[in-house]
Design a protein around this ligand. Structure first.
Ligand code: PGA
Length: 267
């Protein structure tokens, strides 16, 4: 049984300056101030905005994460950010393997694995993103791709690490301005496959890892998605980048999530 909290958050990608991030977070914190303890709300800003973001929000209300991280603590890695540097900011999480990292920056499953291990060993929650491409889907190898990303990406982790692991299912063809949102029943099937794979890897704790859906989540599909038994949360892009729109989306989804819990429908 995964957490009883609705996991919902956003990656701000490369869109907001320091000032814009702080004002977004301040607004989001104020707007969502009355929402209760069953919400696990997180925001993942750009590196440059992290110190100011970290100072601006109450991290018990909004968790903060980094969009990427090198696995080494220090070294000849120009342009990279290490886990020790992120520890100075007291972040809760690190996003690893977003499709833009995998595709624009050619990150491999082996590299994602080193990052996941390093993030967990340094006390962060590792949010590993997985998802099949449009070609994988066409060729009917989407399930194999997901299994591979999970089996390689999580290689070497133990049951005890599950407490610091989240997975985001983000089909590449569903992400961004040109993305086509996945149907909620399709997403649910993939979430079940991810859960099955997690249970193969971690028979005792695999059921505790939250699995979030991401890829063109918007006010029209968010409730359908969160109704699905195997979907534990939402990882939102564009529809969350205005604090008031994100607040409205959360308020739309939270009662549906509570109903699902009340009916015992968790996957
Ligand atoms: P989107 O982004 O909601 O704008 O499609 C999702 C993501 O990249 O995580």
């Amino acid at each position: 049984m995964t957490s009883r909290k609705l996991h919902i958050g956003t990656n701000l990608k490369m869109y907001k300056t320091i000032q814009e991030t702080v004002s977004y977070l301040t607004d989001l914190e104020r707007l969502t101030g009355d929402l209760a303890d069953d919400l696990c709300l997180f925001v993942i800003p750009s590196y440059t905005a992290l110190p100011a973001a970290s100072a601006a929000v109450d991290r018990t209300r909004i968790s903060l994460g980094a969009q990427n991280m090198h696995w080494e603590e220090r070294g000849q890695f120009t342009g990279e950010i290490s886990p020790l540097m992120l520890q100075e900011l007291e972040l809760q999480m690190v996003e690893i393997g977003h499709s833009e990292r995998r595709h624009s920056f050619r990150e491999t499953d082996i590299e994602e694995n080193k990052k996941v291990i390093s993030a967990i060993n340094h006390g962060f929650i590792a949010l590993l993103c997985v998802g099949e491409t449009g070609d994988d889907k066409e060729l009917d190898i989407g399930d194999e791709r997901l299994r591979q990303q999970l089996k390689v990406g999580l290689h070497g982790l133990g049951e005890a690490d599950c407490g610091r692991l989240w997975v985001a299912y983000e089909p590449v063809w569903a992400i961004g301005v040109n993305g086509i949102p996945a149907r909620s029943d399709y997403a649910d099937v993939k979430h079940r496959l991810i859960r099955e794979t997690l249970l193969q890897l971690f028979p005792h704790q695999g059921h505790n890892v939250p699995i979030l859906y991401g890829g063109s989540v918007n006010p029209d599909n968010a409730c359908d998605l969160i109704c699905q038994p195997a979907i534990d949360g939402l990882f939102v892009g564009r529809s969350a980048w205005e604090a008031s729109r994100f607040d409205a989306l959360i308020r739309q989804v939270l009662p549906v999530w509570r109903q699902k819990l009340a009916k015992g429908l968790l996957g």
